[in-house]
Design a protein around this ligand. Structure first.
Ligand SMILES: Cc1cc2nc3c(=O)[nH]c(=O)nc-3n(C[C@H](O)[C@H](O)[C@H](O)COP(=O)(O)OP(=O)(O)OC[C@H]3O[C@@H](n4cnc5c(N)ncnc54)[C@H](O)[C@@H]3O)c2cc1C
Length: 457
């Protein structure tokens, strides 16, 4: 497609100056706490550990560069939900929902306060989001969701087609659910870069291009080997998310689902005006296969989602022409008034899906190793909570977080290959069929729903 012809195969967020750079680890060292992974989970863990105990010697290692993973590749939607949305939380843990909501709100407020206190230019705008109805059955679904959100104290308003189109103008909209106060949007790379600078200032030693190859017990410590280094750490926090975990058993719980994104050139003033979109909130559509889209600080549109691809064995590519073409087509169907706009960036990344769509946590090696992962496409905010849980587990302390069933129980594992791929593929097709059939989920999804399992992005 012409609009994609000049799109660079790079991530918009990190394809800008300003990235901090760190040497790889060469040789041996020690640490009180070793954090593995330089995404939001690892960065928050390093910062929070230092804030709690400045004397703690913290080392963070990252296989590539800071924000190389989902953290630098995402849509930049930040949510106060820890449970992949309210309805999923209610389905899984109705008795704990009030606590989960309170902890999620506290977490979002703490992120906003941190950004403010450290003067991080992360373009954080707590403008909420709108979910739009683009098929007739979405209207009833969004009206039901409006009731649910209101019952849980959220500022939710369903608007009909005309009001929706006055807010943001697309001929595909049939209505929308506006949520204010439950989150917003930010610039994820700038938040990650801000976090690592704070971590460094607090005394965290950061090493990039340092992939952990193995972990083993060594007396009272954990010996961690990297390409050209070795770290003897009293405690280790694994924040490797959808990447193959150094702790092999975790690979059964996270499905790496490839998700793709486009970013346009900056819109002209008249193109920008043709959209309305005065509040600049993030938007998603309501289907199982959904798009997410938002404006950037320089008036580009970031447009991603829809095709969630799982390849046999979890392999994948950051570039997928068929998906990028499909996304571009959907973009112009949604905003025909932007005909002629070009895309400047195209990329993909791994969504960290668990079978219950929420993160999970735990420990290994006699409590010396903890992990927090599997945010299922909603980890920009929840990763700070994940880091806190990881630190709680290492400290063996009981907190309102560690009492949660979400923390105490793991999700149902995915089956191993060669069964995994066909099962996911059947599910993916069933989700697409449900979108085409007025939302009716059919027997396969009905069965998965009965067991409370699935996959999502
Ligand atoms: C395309 C896309 C769009 C998304 N959109 C949103 C969104 O809009 N809102 C939202 O809330 N969430 C979104 N997400 C999800 C969100 O980005 C993640 O949940 C979040 O960034 C998770 O952070 P993390 O630190 O746990 O993982 P990551 O950011 O993936 O970090 C893990 C890091 O560990 C490193 N690593 C892996 N293995 C090793 C090893 N052996 N040794 C050393 N380092 C290692 C990796 O290189 C990586 O940098 C999206 C994800 C993708 C891919």
């Amino acid at each position: 497609m012409k609009a994609l012809k000049d799109a660079a195969p790079r991530v918009f967020w990190t394809d800008r100056p300003g990235a901090p750079a760190y040497h790889p680890l060469d040789g041996r060292t020690t640490a009180d706490l070793l954090v593995v992974g330089g995404g939001f989970t690892g960065l928050w863990a390093a910062v929070l550990a230092k804030e709690e105990n400045p004397a703690c010697d913290v080392v963070l290692v990252e296989a590539h560069s800071i924000a190389y993973g989902g953290t630098g590749r995402n849509g930049g939607f930040i949510s106060d939900s820890l449970t992949h949305g309210l309805s999923q939380g209610l389905k899984l843990w109705p008795g704990e929902m009030d606590t989960l909501l309170a902890l999620g709100r506290e977490n979002l407020a703490a992120i906003a306060a941190f950004v403010e206190a450290h003067g991080i230019d992360a373009d954080l705008r707590l403008v909420g989001k709108t979910t739009v109805a683009v098929a007739a059955h979405h209207v009833a679904e969004l009206k039901a969701a409006e009731r649910l959100h209101r019952e849980h104290g959220e500022d939710a308003v369903f608007v009909g087609r005309d009001e929706m189109r006055t807010d943001v103008d697309s001929p595909t909209y049939l209505g929308g659910l506006r949520l204010r106060g439950a989150g917003g949007i930010l610039d994820p790379a700038k938040l990650a870069w801000g976090l690592v600078r704070v971590a460094e200032k607090l005394g965290v030693r950061v090493y990039e291009n340092t992939a952990v190859a193995g972990l083993e017990r060594s007396g009272a410590k954990v010996r961690v080997t990297t390409g050209s280094g070795m770290i003897d750490a009293a405690q280790v926090l694994l924040a490797t998310n959808a990447y193959p975990s150094p702790l092999r058993r975790l690979r059964n719980f996270v499905l790496p689902v490839w998700d793709y994104v486009l970013v346009t050139e900056p819109l002209s003033a008249s193109q920008r005006a043709s959209l309305g979109w005065a509040e600049g909130q993030g938007l998603t559509d309501a289907g199982n296969q959904f798009h997410y889209y938002r404006l950037t600080a320089d008036d580009r549109v970031l447009w991603g989602g829809y095709d969630a691809i799982y390849n046999f064995g979890g392999a994948g590519s950051e570039q997928r022409d068929a998906t990028h073409d499909l996304l571009a087509r959907h973009f112009f169907e949604t905003f025909p008034q932007l005909d002629g706009v070009r895309f400047t960036h195209r990329w993909g990344g791994m969504i960290d899906s668990t079978s219950r769509f929420t993160p999970f946590f735990g420990t290994a090696m006699g409590g010396r190793v903890a992990y927090a992962l599997g945010y299922t496409g909603l980890g920009v905010g929840a990763s700070r909570f994940g880091a806190l849980v990881g630190l709680d587990l290492l400290a063996r302390r009981s907190t309102p977080r560690t009492e949660l069933r979400m923390v105490r129980r793991p999700p149902v594992p995915f089956p191993p290959e060669p069964v995994r791929w066909p099962v996911v593929e059947v599910t993916r097709r069933a989700l697409a069929r449900a979108d085409e059939n007025g939302g009716r989920r059919g027997p396969w999804l009905g069965l998965l729903d009965r067991f409370g399992v699935g996959f999502d992005s």
